[in-house]
Write a protein that binds this ligand. Structure first.
Ligand SMILES: *Cc1c(COP(=O)(O)O)cnc(C)c1O
Length: 419
């Protein structure tokens, strides 16, 4: 077995000699090609809620069990529309987890509002004690991000937001189809925003959407990024927003119909992707459970993860101090090239934009730099996270097994790497 052979880094045979890429997303088959090609000959610009736009929004709404869905060109745009539609504005503070992709928070800078970082716990989930300390009279909302597809503890978030009278919003961009006590994430808060960017569980290539049960919020989301026809046709003529229908708030954030066609043809397959990923994630977690220095996630039995990735926690102290960078170099040499540390999903307080936004964005000259306390755990969690792709097809099981074998081989040989 290759696990006992010398490390590939030192000239031994690598565990994996299949050329990459080993993982690509979304899966593209004949039905996707037919759907996008068919869309090309039916409509490449849709200014109202018709055709593939209506089809996709209806199917996402019924999938999530929410009343309204508005599609957007990106997840970032969906977050922007959600915050604008929720009435977040100048001076308002919104509590966001200190560990997330930056677009969870950056649209707030374009509304004159302030993202307030709350630290995460050792599992990377929101630390609500820290969040409570950061509430001020200006705090309006708190955002749940279901990182890597693992749902946040929604019992705690619902009671926290009710107790402090905060609006609960969700960023479900990693977690299409994930559930907490059987309820889909994205259906808990006043509204949710999702990305449908290339690698996300539900992919449009580029795209996003806002989901909500709140009709007023829906109208305002239309006003934010879907001006004219959609606003004129969907907002009742006697509504106070109706006089603004032609211009809306002046932004145009519509999804491309070809992207909508891709997402619409992917959505019926999402459940299959998720059950496939669950089986593969369970197999990888089992293979790695006893491996020293590697901690696997243990979602509670009543939570279903979308397994956007398998995030492992790496502990160098249990591997003779082997730095994570050297560990990754060694698993890459074994051919497990798609194991990596999260790149852009990191502690927000490290980004220059969150430290001194005023240099780029007028109006933020007096911005208070987040104190290092507000993201110390986020940095620790990020610095020790190593993530793996989670395949969903039976025929890729050999890759999942090879990836865990590469990790096991390197940990078995860790002493040679620290010498
Ligand atoms: C991808 C992502 C976004 C942004 O979505 P885009 O479609 O890339 O604009 C926002 N939040 C999270 C958590 C994401 O992963």
């Amino acid at each position: 077995m290759t696990a006992d052979s010398p490390l590939a880094l030192f000239g031994g045979p690598p565990v994996i000699d299949i050329p990459g890429p080993h993982f690509s997303w979304p899966p593209i088959g004949d039905s996707d090609i037919a759907a996008v090609a068919g869309q090309l000959t039916s409509a490449v610009s849709i200014p109202d809620r018709s055709g593939v736009i209506a089809e996709l929004e209806d199917s996402v709404a019924s999938f999530l069990g929410v009343r309204h869905v508005v599609t957007t060109c990106t997840g970032t745009a969906a977050l922007h529309s959600m915050y604008a539609a929720a009435g977040i504005g100048p001076g308002d503070e919104v509590i966001v987890p200190a560990l997330t992709f930056h677009a969870t928070a950056t649209p707030l800078f374009h509304l004159g509002a302030r993202p307030v970082l709350a630290d995460v716990d050792k599992h990377g989930q929101l630390d609500l004690d820290d969040a409570a300390r950061r509430i001020t009279p200006r705090t309006k909302a708190i955002v749940a991000v279901h990182l890597w597809g693992l749902p946040e503890n929604m019992d705690d978030l619902l009671s926290f937001s009710a107790r402090h009278n905060l609006m609960l919003l969700e960023d479900g961009s990693h977690a299409h189809g994930a559930t907490w006590r059987g309820q889909l994430v994205g259906s808990f808060g006043r509204a949710a925003a999702f990305s449908m960017n290339g690698p996300k569980p539900l992919s449009a290539g580029e795209g996003g959407f806002v989901a909500t049960d709140d009709t007023e919020l829906y109208y305002r989301a239309l006003m934010h990024g879907q001006y004219n026809k959609r606003c004129r046709r969907e907002i009742p003529a006697d509504h106070a927003l109706a006089p603004y229908a032609v211009t809306g708030m002046g932004l145009k954030l519509r999804i491309h119909p070809l992207a909508a066609a891709l997402a619409a043809t992917q959505l019926p397959r999402l459940e299959g992707y998720l059950t496939g990923r669950e089986a593969v994630a369970a197999r990888m977690r089992k293979a790695l459970r006893e491996v020293p220095g590697i901690d696997v996630p243990h979602p509670p039995a009543h939570a279903r993860s979308a397994w956007y990735a398998l995030p492992l926690r790496y502990d160098p102290a249990r591997l003779a101090g082997l730095p994570v960078e050297r560990f990754i170099e060694a698993v890459h040499a074994e051919g497990a090239k798609e194991i990596d540390q999260p790149g852009s999903t990191r502690a927000l307080g490290e980004h220059q934009l969150f430290r001194t936004p005023g240099f780029l964005l007028p109006g933020y000259a007096d911005h208070q730099e987040p104190d290092t306390d507000s993201f110390a755990n986020a940095q620790r969690v990020h610095g020790s996270t190593v993530k793996l792709p989670v395949w969903h097809r039976e025929q890729d099981l050999h890759l999942a097994d090879a990836y865990t074998a590469a990790i096991i081989k390197v940990t078995n040989h860790h002493k040679e790497l620290v010498k």
